[in-house]
Design a protein around this ligand. Structure first.
Ligand SMILES: Nc1nc2c(c(=O)[nH]1)N[C@H]1C(S)=C(S)[C@@H](COP(=O)(O)O)O[C@H]1N2
Ligand SMILES: [Mo]
Length: 429
């Protein structure tokens, strides 16, 4: 209580208990400038990921006029989704220490009293509340999504999407209100000089009046400004090191501590199939009886439905030559891996089905779960490297990677690379 009401205050109204001599507009602006550069990239790549879900996908759910103007996500370059998704999750994680530092640097503002004196301040403080609230919401939901399967009481996709728009609105407001102060504050000190200043010479910033970040009764410094910057930068680098393996793979993969599912290597004897498994066959309740010799692939859409067994698909004969392509799987959770896939082209299957120019294709699988089916656009069906894969790295697909057959399409989000495919419906309109 004393903190909020009765405690000693500076003239600007800030409680004097926040005494760190490092706090001030310059330090806050340095963190702010980093976030100003990085966060738009996180937001844009995040929104692109939603676009990549493409037409016919139901994610995010009903978001009314906030729906993005969908365009057909291209299949080239094949690493496009790998890039946008990797940047979104990777950069989103790496900026967390900077966000924390920025929040720490403005803590006194949260205790300013009275909190609002003018209408302009009301707008500023409301946008601040939404800004802090939405960025924490985005970080927490994003982190939980890559840690656990859907622990939310709401759709992660819809929640994270709506949170992003709240954040965008608050961020734009905040930046337009604070940009002049930020630029002025950045000019008030030289970064280079600051990086040469040791603890012994660390002094508080100039009194900042109404801004109210510089303590009026500063304590002795326990850390230099360059030390604080190194701490935050080191934190970001540390997170980057824990994240890089999700995309780079190889020996760094086991270090991808923040993405536990990306580290699941596919079992002890996975061999050629040793790369991350998102959802195992057991988890998806795929019974080996259904994937054995009795398995058939149904092709629909044309006048006569086609039914093929795995041997026919693997023969490479007639209208279904085998094709091999090196293509990524890039998961919405941020991890990715590039493997060598062999199978038949989706467009050859479309032609065989009697729909050589489909408007879309609906892929269904033996998996009753939420990711057991996907809709592909015309471009995704017709790309010459879009495959119904039967083999990977020269070996049959393992049960966990989708045996007997799975979809692999360049630049397609991993979630639509449906495993344990059962049927494909090529739609003319
Ligand atoms: N039938 C089915 N296919 C699926 C999934 C699933 O849960 N069920 N998961 C998808 C997701 S989210 C990803 S990232 C990729 C991962 O493929 P992998 O497990 O072979 O690495 O498979 C996709 N295909
Ligand atoms: Mo995924």
């Amino acid at each position: 209580m004393t903190l909020l009401q009765g405690g000693p205050r500076s003239r600007a109204g800030n409680p004097i208990r926040f005494r760190s001599p490092l706090r001030g507009p310059w330090l806050t602006s340095v963190f702010g400038a980093v976030l100003l550069a990085a966060l738009p990239l996180v937001v844009i790549t995040g929104l692109l990921d939603y676009v990549a879900y493409g037409p016919g996908q139901s994610i995010p759910g009903d978001v009314g006029w906030l729906h993005l103007p969908f365009f057909d996500w291209p299949t080239r370059p094949s690493w496009l989704f790998r890039l946008t998704q990797g940047l979104h999750v990777g950069l989103g994680l790496v900026v967390v220490p900077v966000v924390a530092a920025k929040l720490w640097s403005v803590i006194p503002k949260l205790f300013t009293w009275p909190p609002v004196r003018t209408p302009a301040q009301l707008l500023e403080r409301a946008s601040l509340l939404l800004l802090v609230g939405s960025i924490l919401f985005e970080i927490v939901t994003g982190l939980l999504n890559i840690q656990y399967d859907y622990v939310f009481g709401f759709s992660f996709y819809t929640g994270h999407y709506l949170g992003a728009w709240v954040f965008v609105a608050a961020f734009v407001t905040h930046v337009s209100l604070k940009l002049p102060t930020m630029v002025r504050s950045l000019r008030s000190r030289s970064l280079r000089a600051e990086l040469r200043t040791p603890l012994a010479d660390t002094r508080p910033e100039e009194p900042d009046g109404e801004i109210g970040l510089v303590p009026t009764a500063p304590a002795a410094p326990t850390m230099s400004r360059r030390g604080a910057l190194a701490l935050v930068g080191g934190g970001a680098l540390f997170v980057a090191a824990l994240t890089a393996g999700e995309t780079v793979g190889g020996p760094l993969r086991p270090l991808a501590l923040l993405l536990p599912r990306s580290r699941n290597p596919g079992g002890a004897d996975a061999g050629a199939n040793e790369f991350p498994v998102n959802r195992t066959a057991a988890a998806a309740t795929i019974h080996s009886a259904a994937t054995g010799p009795s398995w058939r692939l149904d092709l629909r859409g044309g006048r006569v439905a086609q039914r093929l067994d795995r041997e026919m698909l693997l023969s490479g004969n007639g209208p279904l030559p085998l094709h091999t392509a090196r293509l990524p799987i890039a998961c919405v959770e941020g991890w990715s891996t590039v493997q060598t896939w062999t199978g038949v082209r989706l467009r050859d299957l479309a032609t065989l089905a009697g729909v050589p120019n489909p408007a879309s294709a609906f892929v269904d699988s033996l998996d009753p779960g939420p990711f057991g089916r996907a809709t592909l656009s015309a471009g995704q069906v017709l790309d010459p490297e879009s495959l119904l894969a039967l083999r990977v790295n020269g070996a049959d697909l393992s049960a966990d990677h989708g045996f007997p057959a799975r979809v692999i399409v360049p630049a397609l989000p991993g979630v639509h690379c449906t495993k344990w495919v059962r049927s494909i419906d090529f739609r003319a309109v």
